[in-house]
Design a protein around this ligand. Sequence first.
Ligand SMILES: O=C(COP(=O)(O)O)[C@@H](O)[C@H](O)[C@H](O)[C@H](O)COP(=O)(O)O
Ligand code: MN
Ligand code: MN
Length: 345
Amino acid sequence: MENTLGLEIIEVVEQAAIASAKWMGKGEKNTADQVAVEAMRERMNKIYMRGRIVIGEGERDDAPMLYIGEEVGICANPNAKDLCNPDELVEIDIAVDPCEGTNLVAYGQPGSMAVLAISEKGGLFAAPDFYMKKLAAPPAAKGKVDINKSATENLKILSECLDRAIDELVVVVMKRERHNDLIKEIRDAGARVQLISDGDVGAALSCGFAGTNIHALMGIGAAPEGVISAAAMRALGGHFQGQLIYDPAIVKTGLIGESKEANIERLNSMGITDIDKVYDAHELASGETVLFAACGITSGNLMQGVRFFHGGARTQSLVISSQSKTARFVDTIHMVEQPKVVQLH
Ligand SMILES: O=C(COP(=O)(O)O)[C@@H](O)[C@H](O)[C@H](O)[C@H](O)COP(=O)(O)O
Ligand SMILES: [Mn+2]
Ligand SMILES: [Mn+2]
Protein backbone atom coordinates (compact mmCIF):
# COMPACT_ATOMS: atom_id res chain seq x y z
CA MET A 1 0.00 0.00 0.00
CA GLU A 2 2.74 2.39 0.95
CA ASN A 3 4.87 2.90 -2.18
CA THR A 4 3.63 5.95 -4.03
CA LEU A 5 0.75 6.59 -1.64
CA GLY A 6 3.23 7.64 1.04
CA LEU A 7 4.47 10.39 -1.27
CA GLU A 8 1.05 11.43 -2.52
CA ILE A 9 -0.39 11.90 0.94
CA ILE A 10 2.40 14.33 1.78
CA GLU A 11 1.00 16.57 -0.92
CA VAL A 12 -2.53 16.07 0.40
CA VAL A 13 -1.65 17.42 3.85
CA GLU A 14 0.64 20.08 2.36
CA GLN A 15 -2.13 21.47 0.17
CA ALA A 16 -4.60 21.53 3.08
CA ALA A 17 -2.04 23.27 5.30
CA ILE A 18 -1.17 25.91 2.68
CA ALA A 19 -4.84 26.70 2.05
CA SER A 20 -5.59 27.01 5.74
CA ALA A 21 -2.45 29.00 6.56
CA LYS A 22 -3.68 31.77 4.24
CA TRP A 23 -6.34 32.35 6.90
CA MET A 24 -3.92 32.28 9.81
CA GLY A 25 -4.61 35.04 12.28
CA LYS A 26 -7.75 36.28 10.55
CA GLY A 27 -10.14 35.23 13.27
CA GLU A 28 -12.26 33.13 10.90
CA LYS A 29 -12.07 29.54 12.06
CA ASN A 30 -14.77 28.23 9.76
CA THR A 31 -13.06 29.58 6.65
CA ALA A 32 -9.67 28.28 7.80
CA ASP A 33 -11.32 24.88 8.14
CA GLN A 34 -13.36 24.95 4.94
CA VAL A 35 -10.47 25.85 2.63
CA ALA A 36 -8.40 23.06 4.18
CA VAL A 37 -11.20 20.58 3.53
CA GLU A 38 -11.55 21.68 -0.09
CA ALA A 39 -7.82 21.57 -0.78
CA MET A 40 -7.41 18.18 0.88
CA ARG A 41 -10.29 16.70 -1.06
CA GLU A 42 -9.14 18.12 -4.38
CA ARG A 43 -5.63 16.70 -4.03
CA MET A 44 -6.92 13.38 -2.69
CA ASN A 45 -9.12 12.93 -5.73
CA LYS A 46 -6.05 13.06 -7.99
CA ILE A 47 -4.55 9.96 -6.38
CA TYR A 48 -4.81 6.54 -7.99
CA MET A 49 -6.48 4.90 -4.98
CA ARG A 50 -9.88 3.69 -3.87
CA GLY A 51 -10.45 5.42 -0.56
CA ARG A 52 -13.36 5.71 1.80
CA ILE A 53 -13.58 8.36 4.51
CA VAL A 54 -14.21 6.69 7.87
CA ILE A 55 -13.45 9.72 9.99
CA GLY A 56 -14.22 13.03 8.38
CA GLU A 57 -16.10 16.24 8.61
CA GLY A 58 -19.22 16.58 10.74
CA GLU A 59 -20.89 13.26 11.39
CA ARG A 60 -24.05 15.08 12.43
CA ASP A 61 -24.05 18.22 10.28
CA ASP A 62 -24.35 16.76 6.77
CA ALA A 63 -20.95 18.06 5.71
CA PRO A 64 -20.77 18.29 1.92
CA MET A 65 -17.13 17.26 1.62
CA LEU A 66 -14.96 14.56 3.18
CA TYR A 67 -18.03 13.32 4.97
CA ILE A 68 -18.06 9.88 6.52
CA GLY A 69 -18.63 7.31 3.80
CA GLU A 70 -17.47 9.55 0.94
CA GLU A 71 -15.40 7.70 -1.63
CA VAL A 72 -12.25 9.46 -2.73
CA GLY A 73 -9.51 8.88 -5.29
CA ILE A 74 -9.47 8.15 -9.01
CA CYS A 75 -10.05 4.43 -8.43
CA ALA A 76 -13.31 5.08 -6.59
CA ASN A 77 -14.84 6.10 -9.94
CA PRO A 78 -17.33 3.72 -11.62
CA ASN A 79 -14.94 3.16 -14.55
CA ALA A 80 -11.97 2.58 -12.22
CA LYS A 81 -11.12 -0.81 -13.79
CA ASP A 82 -10.11 0.99 -16.99
CA LEU A 83 -8.02 3.56 -15.13
CA CYS A 84 -6.35 1.73 -12.29
CA ASN A 85 -4.15 -1.29 -11.76
CA PRO A 86 -5.25 -4.06 -9.36
CA ASP A 87 -3.16 -2.70 -6.45
CA GLU A 88 -4.84 0.65 -6.72
CA LEU A 89 -8.29 -0.92 -6.74
CA VAL A 90 -7.83 -2.34 -3.23
CA GLU A 91 -10.14 -0.46 -0.85
CA ILE A 92 -8.51 1.65 1.82
CA ASP A 93 -9.94 3.56 4.79
CA ILE A 94 -9.00 7.14 5.52
CA ALA A 95 -9.38 9.30 8.62
CA VAL A 96 -8.94 13.03 8.07
CA ASP A 97 -8.77 16.24 10.02
CA PRO A 98 -7.84 18.81 7.35
CA CYS A 99 -7.49 21.54 9.95
CA GLU A 100 -6.73 20.17 13.40
CA GLY A 101 -6.83 23.21 15.64
CA THR A 102 -9.09 25.61 13.74
CA ASN A 103 -9.02 28.07 16.66
CA LEU A 104 -5.23 27.92 16.67
CA VAL A 105 -5.14 28.90 12.99
CA ALA A 106 -7.77 31.61 13.38
CA TYR A 107 -5.91 33.23 16.28
CA GLY A 108 -2.37 32.65 15.02
CA GLN A 109 -1.49 30.24 17.83
CA PRO A 110 1.05 27.39 17.57
CA GLY A 111 0.28 23.71 17.05
CA SER A 112 -2.27 23.49 14.22
CA MET A 113 -1.80 20.91 11.47
CA ALA A 114 -3.47 19.15 8.55
CA VAL A 115 -3.58 15.43 9.39
CA LEU A 116 -4.76 12.11 8.05
CA ALA A 117 -4.34 8.40 8.65
CA ILE A 118 -4.75 5.55 6.17
CA SER A 119 -5.09 1.82 6.56
CA GLU A 120 -6.63 -1.18 4.82
CA LYS A 121 -10.42 -1.43 4.76
CA GLY A 122 -11.57 -1.92 8.35
CA GLY A 123 -8.15 -0.96 9.70
CA LEU A 124 -9.25 2.21 11.49
CA PHE A 125 -11.89 2.40 14.23
CA ALA A 126 -14.80 4.46 12.88
CA ALA A 127 -15.07 6.51 16.05
CA PRO A 128 -18.36 8.28 16.62
CA ASP A 129 -18.43 12.02 17.16
CA PHE A 130 -18.06 11.55 20.92
CA TYR A 131 -15.43 12.46 23.45
CA MET A 132 -12.55 10.19 24.37
CA LYS A 133 -10.41 9.92 27.48
CA LYS A 134 -6.84 9.63 26.25
CA LEU A 135 -3.44 8.60 27.51
CA ALA A 136 -0.41 8.99 25.28
CA ALA A 137 3.17 8.35 26.33
CA PRO A 138 6.59 7.68 24.77
CA PRO A 139 7.58 4.25 23.35
CA ALA A 140 9.60 3.43 26.50
CA ALA A 141 6.39 3.51 28.55
CA LYS A 142 4.27 1.56 26.06
CA GLY A 143 2.08 -1.00 27.81
CA LYS A 144 3.41 0.10 31.20
CA VAL A 145 1.33 3.20 31.85
CA ASP A 146 -2.38 2.47 31.94
CA ILE A 147 -5.42 4.69 31.53
CA ASN A 148 -7.14 2.70 34.31
CA LYS A 149 -4.48 3.84 36.78
CA SER A 150 -4.47 7.24 38.44
CA ALA A 151 -2.38 10.08 37.03
CA THR A 152 -0.19 9.83 40.13
CA GLU A 153 0.54 6.15 39.49
CA ASN A 154 1.18 6.74 35.82
CA LEU A 155 3.63 9.53 36.59
CA LYS A 156 5.60 7.15 38.83
CA ILE A 157 5.68 4.57 36.04
CA LEU A 158 6.69 7.21 33.49
CA SER A 159 9.44 8.43 35.74
CA GLU A 160 10.88 4.90 35.94
CA CYS A 161 10.47 4.15 32.22
CA LEU A 162 12.03 7.43 31.13
CA ASP A 163 14.63 7.51 33.86
CA ARG A 164 13.56 11.01 34.93
CA ALA A 165 12.44 12.43 38.23
CA ILE A 166 8.72 13.21 38.34
CA ASP A 167 9.46 16.94 38.37
CA GLU A 168 11.32 16.46 35.09
CA LEU A 169 8.11 15.28 33.41
CA VAL A 170 5.77 17.50 31.40
CA VAL A 171 2.16 16.44 30.84
CA VAL A 172 -0.03 18.12 28.24
CA VAL A 173 -3.64 18.63 29.27
CA MET A 174 -6.36 20.56 27.42
CA LYS A 175 -7.41 23.64 29.37
CA ARG A 176 -10.97 22.67 30.16
CA GLU A 177 -13.07 22.80 33.30
CA ARG A 178 -13.44 19.02 33.17
CA HIS A 179 -9.70 18.70 33.77
CA ASN A 180 -9.41 20.83 36.91
CA ASP A 181 -9.02 17.83 39.24
CA LEU A 182 -6.63 16.07 36.84
CA ILE A 183 -4.43 19.16 36.57
CA LYS A 184 -4.32 19.47 40.37
CA GLU A 185 -3.41 15.80 40.74
CA ILE A 186 -0.57 16.03 38.22
CA ARG A 187 0.83 19.14 39.92
CA ASP A 188 0.45 17.61 43.39
CA ALA A 189 2.37 14.56 42.19
CA GLY A 190 5.23 16.89 41.29
CA ALA A 191 5.05 16.92 37.50
CA ARG A 192 4.58 20.01 35.34
CA VAL A 193 1.52 20.67 33.22
CA GLN A 194 1.47 22.26 29.78
CA LEU A 195 -2.04 23.53 29.17
CA ILE A 196 -3.22 23.76 25.58
CA SER A 197 -6.36 25.40 24.30
CA ASP A 198 -6.76 23.05 21.30
CA GLY A 199 -4.95 20.46 19.25
CA ASP A 200 -4.51 17.25 21.18
CA VAL A 201 -3.33 15.28 18.11
CA GLY A 202 -0.13 17.32 18.12
CA ALA A 203 0.25 16.72 21.84
CA ALA A 204 -0.10 12.94 21.47
CA LEU A 205 2.33 12.95 18.56
CA SER A 206 4.88 14.92 20.57
CA CYS A 207 4.95 12.11 23.16
CA GLY A 208 6.26 9.77 20.49
CA PHE A 209 9.50 11.71 20.02
CA ALA A 210 12.18 12.31 22.64
CA GLY A 211 13.35 15.91 22.63
CA THR A 212 9.95 17.57 22.51
CA ASN A 213 9.93 17.92 26.31
CA ILE A 214 6.44 16.41 26.36
CA HIS A 215 6.14 13.12 28.19
CA ALA A 216 2.42 12.42 28.30
CA LEU A 217 -1.00 13.56 27.14
CA MET A 218 -3.79 13.04 29.66
CA GLY A 219 -7.45 14.01 29.66
CA ILE A 220 -10.50 14.12 27.45
CA GLY A 221 -10.60 15.31 23.84
CA ALA A 222 -12.54 14.30 20.76
CA ALA A 223 -12.81 10.63 19.75
CA PRO A 224 -12.07 11.07 16.01
CA GLU A 225 -8.84 12.88 16.89
CA GLY A 226 -8.14 9.97 19.25
CA VAL A 227 -8.16 7.50 16.35
CA ILE A 228 -5.85 9.70 14.27
CA SER A 229 -3.49 10.04 17.25
CA ALA A 230 -3.63 6.28 17.81
CA ALA A 231 -2.68 5.67 14.17
CA ALA A 232 0.39 7.88 14.56
CA MET A 233 1.39 6.21 17.83
CA ARG A 234 0.74 2.74 16.43
CA ALA A 235 3.05 3.44 13.48
CA LEU A 236 5.63 5.03 15.75
CA GLY A 237 5.51 2.47 18.56
CA GLY A 238 4.35 4.89 21.25
CA HIS A 239 1.68 4.33 23.88
CA PHE A 240 -1.93 5.34 23.23
CA GLN A 241 -5.13 4.30 24.95
CA GLY A 242 -8.61 5.76 24.52
CA GLN A 243 -11.98 5.27 26.18
CA LEU A 244 -15.20 6.75 24.81
CA ILE A 245 -16.92 9.27 27.06
CA TYR A 246 -20.67 9.41 26.64
CA ASP A 247 -21.81 11.13 29.83
CA PRO A 248 -22.39 14.88 29.21
CA ALA A 249 -21.91 15.50 32.95
CA ILE A 250 -18.24 14.49 32.64
CA VAL A 251 -17.31 16.73 29.73
CA LYS A 252 -19.49 19.63 30.85
CA THR A 253 -19.97 20.97 27.32
CA GLY A 254 -23.24 19.44 26.25
CA LEU A 255 -21.77 18.72 22.83
CA ILE A 256 -22.51 15.02 22.97
CA GLY A 257 -26.24 14.93 23.17
CA GLU A 258 -28.84 15.63 25.76
CA SER A 259 -28.47 12.68 28.06
CA LYS A 260 -26.20 9.82 28.96
CA GLU A 261 -29.01 7.36 28.20
CA ALA A 262 -29.58 8.77 24.70
CA ASN A 263 -25.85 8.61 24.04
CA ILE A 264 -25.66 4.98 25.14
CA GLU A 265 -28.53 4.21 22.80
CA ARG A 266 -26.71 5.96 19.98
CA LEU A 267 -23.53 3.99 20.66
CA ASN A 268 -25.47 0.73 20.74
CA SER A 269 -27.16 1.57 17.45
CA MET A 270 -23.69 2.00 15.95
CA GLY A 271 -22.77 -1.48 17.11
CA ILE A 272 -20.71 -0.34 20.09
CA THR A 273 -22.05 -2.38 22.99
CA ASP A 274 -18.98 -2.52 25.22
CA ILE A 275 -19.30 1.18 25.85
CA ASP A 276 -16.63 1.43 28.56
CA LYS A 277 -14.00 -0.49 26.66
CA VAL A 278 -10.46 0.82 26.81
CA TYR A 279 -8.97 0.69 23.32
CA ASP A 280 -5.25 0.60 22.72
CA ALA A 281 -3.48 1.94 19.64
CA HIS A 282 -3.59 -1.48 17.94
CA GLU A 283 -7.36 -1.62 18.32
CA LEU A 284 -8.02 1.93 17.16
CA ALA A 285 -5.65 1.49 14.23
CA SER A 286 -5.75 -2.26 13.72
CA GLY A 287 -4.79 -2.54 10.05
CA GLU A 288 -1.67 -4.38 9.01
CA THR A 289 -0.36 -1.22 7.43
CA VAL A 290 -0.99 2.17 8.99
CA LEU A 291 0.17 5.43 7.46
CA PHE A 292 -0.04 8.78 9.19
CA ALA A 293 0.69 12.16 7.63
CA ALA A 294 0.68 15.68 9.05
CA CYS A 295 1.75 19.10 7.81
CA GLY A 296 2.17 22.08 10.11
CA ILE A 297 -0.21 24.98 9.52
CA THR A 298 1.16 27.06 12.38
CA SER A 299 4.47 26.03 13.94
CA GLY A 300 4.48 23.35 16.62
CA ASN A 301 6.84 21.03 18.46
CA LEU A 302 7.60 18.85 15.48
CA MET A 303 6.91 20.87 12.37
CA GLN A 304 7.25 24.46 11.33
CA GLY A 305 4.12 26.09 10.02
CA VAL A 306 3.61 27.27 6.45
CA ARG A 307 5.89 30.14 5.50
CA PHE A 308 4.84 32.15 2.45
CA PHE A 309 7.16 34.08 0.19
CA HIS A 310 6.52 35.88 -3.08
CA GLY A 311 5.24 33.24 -5.51
CA GLY A 312 5.48 30.27 -3.18
CA ALA A 313 5.48 28.67 0.23
CA ARG A 314 7.56 26.34 2.34
CA THR A 315 6.04 23.54 4.40
CA GLN A 316 7.20 20.91 6.84
CA SER A 317 5.44 17.56 7.03
CA LEU A 318 5.78 14.23 8.77
CA VAL A 319 4.83 10.82 7.39
CA ILE A 320 4.97 7.79 9.65
CA SER A 321 4.64 4.29 8.23
CA SER A 322 4.14 1.06 10.14
CA GLN A 323 5.25 -0.84 7.04
CA SER A 324 8.62 0.73 6.35
CA LYS A 325 9.02 1.68 10.02
CA THR A 326 9.94 5.21 9.12
CA ALA A 327 9.07 8.63 10.47
CA ARG A 328 9.98 10.89 7.57
CA PHE A 329 10.18 14.64 7.97
CA VAL A 330 9.66 16.36 4.64
CA ASP A 331 10.62 19.94 3.95
CA THR A 332 9.06 21.28 0.74
CA ILE A 333 9.29 24.46 -1.26
CA HIS A 334 6.14 25.02 -3.31
CA MET A 335 6.63 27.19 -6.38
CA VAL A 336 3.08 28.33 -6.92
CA GLU A 337 3.76 31.09 -9.41
CA GLN A 338 7.14 31.76 -10.97
CA PRO A 339 8.83 33.08 -7.82
CA LYS A 340 11.45 35.81 -8.08
CA VAL A 341 13.47 33.84 -5.58
CA VAL A 342 13.21 30.32 -4.18
CA GLN A 343 13.27 31.22 -0.53
CA LEU A 344 15.39 29.01 1.72
CA HIS A 345 14.64 30.52 5.12
O1 LIG B 1 -8.75 21.00 19.75
C1 LIG B 1 -9.34 20.28 18.98
C2 LIG B 1 -10.22 20.88 17.97
O2 LIG B 1 -10.20 20.23 16.70
P1 LIG B 1 -10.77 20.99 15.40
O3 LIG B 1 -12.21 21.22 15.60
O4 LIG B 1 -10.48 19.98 14.33
O5 LIG B 1 -10.00 22.25 15.26
C3 LIG B 1 -9.14 18.80 19.10
O6 LIG B 1 -7.78 18.54 19.16
C4 LIG B 1 -9.77 18.19 20.38
O7 LIG B 1 -9.50 16.82 20.43
C5 LIG B 1 -11.25 18.16 20.48
O8 LIG B 1 -11.88 18.41 19.27
C6 LIG B 1 -11.80 18.93 21.62
O9 LIG B 1 -11.30 18.57 22.87
C7 LIG B 1 -13.31 18.82 21.72
O10 LIG B 1 -13.70 20.09 21.88
P2 LIG B 1 -13.98 20.75 23.34
O11 LIG B 1 -15.37 20.44 23.66
O12 LIG B 1 -13.75 22.21 23.10
O13 LIG B 1 -12.99 20.19 24.31
MN1 MN C 1 -9.57 18.38 15.18
MN1 MN D 1 -10.64 20.04 12.23
